[in-house]
Design a protein around this ligand. Structure first.
Ligand SMILES: [Mg+2]
Length: 161
């Protein structure tokens, strides 16, 4: 199973009342922009990986994918691919007449996408992909994501007597 996370207002929240993870002191050595990583993200994303999920990033920003990858790596998080607006356009907007949705996780084999925008969930209904909407002011956001991922995981079959 593959899950993707949006960046702005999902994993990166600049609002002063949204708590963020403490970055390692040596993060400057990563040569990446030290943006705030929302509190809870590390445990959530590490836990998902341990349960067999492949974790990707899907953003409509133009941040450099390898910078995002290293920034998360510095926080102890390994992600698969980072899809930014440029990669999205190259994959889904081959001609000027193509008007794809703002995101299309299904086109990248992503089973579940986490985003702060209701509009992305609406696009999911139209284009057939699943979205969990979490708002920046929701302190229980990781539980919301965990609940949906658990529902989607195949049930373990018990062979006991
Ligand atoms: Mg966003």
């Amino acid at each position: 199973m593959r899950i993707s996370f949006d960046l702005d207002d999902t994993l990166i929240c600049y609002q002063p009342d949204v708590p963020s993870e403490t970055p390692p002191r040596w993060i400057w050595r990563c040569m990446v922009a030290n943006e705030p990583l929302r509190q809870g993200a590390r445990a959530l994303m590490q836990g998902l990986r341990q349960r067999g999920w492949e974790v990707w990033i899907y953003t409509t920003s133009h941040r450099n994918p390898s910078s995002v990858w290293w920034w998360l790596w510095c926080h102890g998080i390994r992600v698969g691919r980072v899809i930014n607006q440029h990669i999205h356009d190259r994959h889904l907007r081959r001609t000027v007449r193509d008007y794809p949705p703002s995101k299309n996780p299904r086109a990248f084999g992503i089973d579940l996408h986490v985003d702060d925008l209701e509009g992305v969930r609406d696009e999911g209904k139209t284009h057939g992909f699943r979205v969990v909407v979490v708002s920046p002011d929701d302190p229980t956001w990781t539980e919301k994501v965990l609940r949906v991922t658990r529902e989607m995981e195949p049930r373990r079959v018990s062979h006991g007597n």
